[in-house]
Design a protein around this ligand. Structure first.
Ligand code: GLN
Length: 217
């Protein structure tokens, strides 16, 4: 029997090497399904959490820091079985393949069978916000999605990956219907930043998803 079976609350970790981790912790702190939300900076902390969020930031820096502090391989192991949500740079880290990667390539954690394109919409000043319909995840009210130097999902590389959100209108050169959120079993990824809103519906969705994954194990 799994030691986490029958849990009604989970201990959540947010990878805190770089980027917008505090905002995720604040969102999680307000959820009744979260017993504790901690920043994850070392192996001991990683091994203590039931589920993980990899935040937005800069995937090249995050990968470099993870490698230097010996967390890259443990993260690769973690995401094989434990519920993990990557937002923006976190989504790039979780992807199996990334285009427009740093010259010479960049390390990824991988696990999620998607190909992403980094910085799809251009630089910081091409950042934008839009409404996304994700009724199965958050109900009928659209979600206010903030995209900051965001990636998109250009290819889904396995039938196990379910598309959960698409852009609803053309943004610059990027067509409407472009994929911006997916789920593959215990892995979830969004190209935008839900932690920068006051809307915790996606955080609540992820924790419920994680609870479900744990009780099915
Ligand atoms: N452009 C960043 C990267 O490639 C992601 C930006 C973000 O997380 N807001 O890592």
């Amino acid at each position: 029997m799994s030691p986490i079976e029958n849990k009604t609350t989970l201990k959540l970790g947010v990878l805190a090497l770089q980027g917008a981790f505090l905002e995720h912790i604040h969102m999680l702190d307000n959820l009744p399904t979260v017993s504790e939300a901690i920043p994850v900076r070392n192996l001991e902390q990683l091994q203590s959490v039931d589920a993980l969020i990899i935040p937005g930031g800069e995937s090249t820096s995050m990968a470099l820091i993870a490698e230097r502090c010996g967390l890259l391989e443990p993260l690769r192991e973690f995401v094989k079985t434990k519920p993990t949500w990557g937002t923006c740079a976190g989504m790039i880290m979780l992807a199996n393949e990334a285009t427009s990667a740093k010259k010479g390539g960049q390390q990824l954690i991988g696990g999620l069978a998607i190909r992403v394109n980094r910085n799809q919409f251009g630089t910081q000043k091409e950042s934008f916000d839009t409404k996304l319909h994700m009724p199965k995840l958050v109900g009928e009210t659209p979600f206010h999605a903030i995209f900051i130097r965001a990636p998109i999902i250009t290819d889904v590389l396995s039938d196990d990956v379910k598309v959960v959100a698409r852009l609803e209108q053309k943004v610059g050169q990027t067509e409407a219907e472009t994929i911006v959120a997916v789920r593959q079993g215990h892995l979830f990824a969004t190209a935008f930043h839900p932690e920068l809103t006051y809307d915790n519906r996606l955080h609540s969705y992820f924790v419920d998803m994680a609870l479900e994954c744990h009780s099915n194990n």
